[in-house]
Design a protein around this ligand. Structure first.
Ligand code: FES
Ligand SMILES: [Fe+2]
Length: 366
């Protein structure tokens, strides 16, 4: 495990893709790790408390500006930010009842982005209808998520082993200094468990494609008894460790550690640990991720303590696994020209990611 000093001294680099372009040309992909592309998926924009009733705010995701507003009755809407009249930023507008009014000349739009009225002018519905593109928006895990297309073909993922209500904690937002697809490969990079984490577990994996844009890796491996920690894990888990990694829309990854895991392999079911990462590309090749811990919403008097214990346990697991990885990402350009048969898990991820649909939010450099 890296020391705090080593973590602090890890290199941070914004432009790994502009280096060595002649001597080590990049093997460009259709979608995977392509910094200008936005896939059709859910993106975390802000905490739900950042937009109160009758507030509007604009946000930029790579090169797409989106206004989110909350109406008087609490409903959220997300629209392209620029007013179709002269292009004022609607984030500077005013929410009046359930409508958003542009600051500049008071054109007013409904929650779907339809032009509702033009003051000082007779606007009739028989005129060419004017509409701003609107996007699905939901509140989940204490955040506001916007889908990068007019129709969402999947939901913000719910933990596979938890039914109904869950308890979530937003740990923090982290800048990766790499594209988020690079981070997403980490949990299924089967070679790095040994090289980075010193965990000599050989995992078998099976890929389930639930929907065209949502796919899940189901992994299972025998726990070796090569250290005291691994001997304890072997005893508690009954010799086998199971986990699942879900990918949704090229922007969300979630890992469930210890899924369907019984005490000593045959006793009561152990509670799984669930972590979800929601990515936001910031600029070319640099993304941020919001990290969420999710646990069951335990009922009863002891519920709050159980939730806290699970969140603390999740934090410890993440700290053990992720601190080591932090050295891998900065400067990493992820050239995929020389994958080996041992990288089959990654090759499959790259293939599926390259099949994802791209959004109009993609930066075509115009
Ligand atoms: S720019 Fe929005 S109403 Fe004129
Ligand atoms: Fe790792």
């Amino acid at each position: 495990m890296l020391t705090p000093k080593e973590i602090k001294e890890c290199p941070r680099d914004d432009h790994p893709r502009h280096e060595n372009v002649s001597s080590q040309p990049l093997n460009r992909q259709k979608v995977f790790n392509e910094p200008h592309i936005i896939t059709k998926g859910w993106y975390p924009f802000c905490k739900k408390t950042d937009i109160q009733k009758t507030q509007a705010k604009s946000f930029t995701l790579l090169s797409q500006r989106i206004v989110i507003f909350r109406t008087k009755d609490g409903t959220l809407s997300a629209l392209d930010s620029f007013c179709p009249h002269m292009g004022a930023d609607l984030g500077n507008g005013e929410v009046i009842g359930n409508k958003l009014r542009c600051f500049y000349h008071h054109w007013t739009f409904d929650q779907s982005g339809n032009l509702f009225e033009i003051p000082c002018q007779k606007y009739t519905k028989s005129q060419r209808p004017i509409k701003i593109r609107n996007y699905p928006v939901v509140e989940k895990y204490g955040f506001i998520w916007v889908f990068s297309d007019e129709v969402a073909d999947h939901e913000v993922p719910h933990p596979p082993s938890f039914e109904g209500e869950v308890s979530s904690v937003h740990l923090k937002k982290v800048v990766l200094f790499a594209h988020h697809h690079v981070m997403m490969t980490n949990g299924i990079d089967l070679q790095h468990f040994q090289s980075v984490h010193n965990l000599d577990i050989k995992f078998d994996f099976n890929v389930i494609e639930k929907e065209p844009s949502v796919f899940t890796w189901v992994l299972s491996g025998e726990i070796p008894r090569t250290s005291l920690l691994l001997k304890i894990a072997h005893y508690i888990l009954g010799g086998t460790f199971n986990y699942e990694v879900l990918f949704a829309g090229g922007s969300i990854t979630s890992i469930t550690y210890g899924i369907n895991q019984k005490f000593r392999g045959r006793g009561f079911t152990l509670p799984p640990i669930h972590i979800l990462w929601g990515a936001s590309p910031l600029k070319e090749g640099v993304s941020a991720v919001d990290i969420f811990f999710i646990t069951k919403n335990y009922p009863g008097l002891l519920g709050p303590f159980k939730k806290l214990a699970m969140h603390l346990f999740t934090f410890i697991v993440l700290a053990i696994l992720k601190d080591d990885d932090i050295k891998a990402f900065p400067h990493m350009r992820y050239n995929v020209g020389n994958l080996t048969p041992e990288d089959a898990s990654l090759a499959k991820f790259i293939q599926l990611t390259n099949q994802l649909e791209t959004s109009l939010w993609t930066n075509n450099g115009q």
